[in-house]
Design a protein around this ligand. Structure first.
Ligand code: AMP
Length: 143
């Protein structure tokens, strides 16, 4: 079973972080520039303090909260964050995401955020794992 630390190694790159005092508009521009669906806010010890995602933007706009240039990330981010550990498996993280209906999970080690995995990263890892298993089975039945 593939672990999240391998997924992070394969995808490379640092988690996309914004200051808590940045505006929602600036967070949207960061998400767009970095081609990601979420930004994280980190505490002084590198711990994840908040997450703001595309889904939050859709909800805010639909609720009539669209003054994104003055709204601050810290006032609108989700602070009750579900996290995983580097040693958790892809399947475990997918189970949490499916049950809780979100598409991002920060990976935390010794209280510090070491990466963020998206549902896209995990599905990709799962597909690769399935392909390797299928190949192993083909070799087994042909031997
Ligand atoms: P998403 O599907 O990731 O765009 O997120 C859906 C909702 O869940 C949004 O309100 C996010 O702020 C929130 N959310 C996303 N990831 C997490 C997480 N790991 N823990 C808690 N809430 C989250």
């Amino acid at each position: 079973m593939m672990q999240l630390k391998e997924v992070l190694k394969n995808k490379g790159g640092e988690p996309v972080v914004v200051p808590e005092a940045s505006t929602v508009a600036s967070a949207i521009r960061t998400m767009n520039a970095k081609r990601v669906g979420s930004v994280m806010v980190q505490g002084p010890g590198g711990e994840p303090m908040g997450i703001l995602t595309e889904r939050d933007m859709i909800r805010l706009y639909a609720d009539g909260e669209s003054d994104f240039e003055t709204m601050l990330v810290k006032d609108w981010m989700t602070t009750n964050i579900y996290v995983c550990k580097p040693g958790d498996t892809v399947g475990e993280a997918l189970t949490v995401m499916t049950a809780k209906r979100f598409r991002h999970i920060p990976v935390v080690e010794d209280g510090r955020m070491v990466g963020v995995v998206s549902i896209g990263d995990l599905v990709k890892a799962k597909l690769e794992e399935t392909a390797v298993e299928a190949q192993a089975l083909r070799e087994y039945i042909n031997s």
